[in-house]
Design a protein. Structure first.
Length: 93
């Protein structure tokens, strides 16, 4: 399930962070906890529940209308990626 996948990603990130404390990682600052999931499909409540079940923080990315379709606002997604930088663990669209 999605909650299992997100939990596994969170655990892998935590393991990477603990390994970086010994100074063996590259220049990238991996001590930042990746706990943000960017999500733009507010019609799928099961995704939101999976993010919460995995102990992660869900940030809703706005959507826009393209004709009769609801699509991800790519500018808003880019702003979120810049705002949360290295804290983003996953993007669900």
């Amino acid at each position: 399930s999605m909650a299992s996948v997100l939990s596994a990603l969170r655990e892998k990130d935590a393991k990477n962070n603990s390994n970086s404390s010994d100074g063996n990682n590259s220049e990238e600052n991996t001590s930042v906890r990746r706990n943000i999931v960017l999500w733009s499909r507010i019609d799928q409540k099961s995704c939101f529940k999976a993010v919460q079940s995995a102990g992660l923080t869900c940030v809703v990315v706005p959507t826009t209308l393209d004709g009769d379709q609801v699509v991800t606002d790519l500018e808003a997604l880019q702003k979120c990626l810049l705002e949360y930088k290295g804290r983003v663990l996953a993007v669900i669209t």
